[in-house]
Design a protein around this ligand. Structure first.
Ligand code: HPA
Length: 277
């Protein structure tokens, strides 16, 4: 008996595999604010999520839904323009299906980006944070259920989800570009509401530096499959209770738009340097 999660993944793969313009080395997930990055590359191919049978399609306004294929500084990359979030109501296995699919396309590296709230008092809106580790245990693990032995082991090691060498590459790229980058721990909560002040304090007590509603589950699924993972958060705001003003999606959007040019430079430079790894 085949597993329905695996079957769905293989059906999706069957429906894309003859349409791939090349074999990607890296997969890049574009978080809010970075979405139009893909449009600025020399696009070599596009696959709309709607054209992949059974593929989860994002319901968030402003999130496009497609894979974009392009060489970035010489490196073949598949980008996700739009991701699905757990808060949209999809099961976790659907949320991480795109990551698994990009691995099947050939991607060895997963580069995660997101917008996040700063929990660390030393952070400011507009900062970037290199993700060094994560707390994913407030959301269901995407690995729950029958293990997909074809993808990875039942009890996957998570001692170094974020690859040290890739972190080094991002650090070097930031230094070369003279971009300040913080380093810290990303906490994934379910959303879709922003946190309460006490939840933000909880994140800080637990060792979190940034909080968001994506990414960590994707990193777990990728690590399970043996991908090398790295990620950068764009700190779009200080988390709830750290300033006097209430949080709004507009504020998040505004900051990510403001720093998007720098973010894009950092991502491009980093990916170029990952080509030789
Ligand atoms: N909390 C959760 N997710 C977010 C935030 C936040 O403060 N900012 C951007 N994404």
């Amino acid at each position: 008996m085949t597993n329905p999660v695996y079957e769905k993944l293989m059906n999706c793969y069957a429906s894309v595999k003859d349409r791939l313009p090349f074999r990607p080395k890296a997969a890049l997930i574009l978080g809010s604010g970075l979405g139009d990055y893909a449009d600025q590359t020399e696009v070599e191919g596009v696959i709309d999520y709607h054209d992949i049978e059974g593929f989860p399609v994002s319901t968030v306004a402003g999130h496009k839904g497609r894979f974009v294929f392009a060489h970035i500084n010489g490196v073949p990359v598949v980008m996700m323009q739009g991701r699905v979030h757990y808060y949209e109501g999809y099961p976790m296995t659907d949320v991480v299906l795109p990551v698994r699919l990009m691995k099947l396309m050939g991607a060895e590296i997963l580069f995660l980006t997101n917008a996040a709230g700063g929990v660390n008092h030393d952070y400011a809106a507009g900062d970037f944070m290199l993700i060094r580790d994560q707390i994913a245990c407030f959301v269901p693990s995407p690995l729950i259920g029958q293990n997909l032995d074809e993808l990875g082991p039942r009890f996957a090691d998570m001692s170094q989800i974020y690859d040290n060498k890739l972190c080094d590459v991002i650090r070097t790229a930031a230094r070369e570009l003279d971009i300040r980058i913080q380093e810290g721990v990303y906490v994934q909560l379910t959303g879709p509401a922003y946190e309460t002040p006490q939840e933000v304090r909880m994140c800080r007590i637990l060792g979190g530096d940034a909080v968001g509603m994506s990414t960590a589950c994707e990193a777990v699924a990728a690590n399970h499959m043996g991908m090398r993972v790295c990620g950068i958060s764009c700190i779009t705001n200080l988390a709830c209770g750290m300033t006097d003003t209430p949080l709004s999606h507009e504020e998040v959007q505004e900051t990510s738009d403001r720093v998007a040019p720098l973010f894009k430079k950092l991502v491009s430079e980093s990916i170029g340097r990952m080509g030789i790894l």
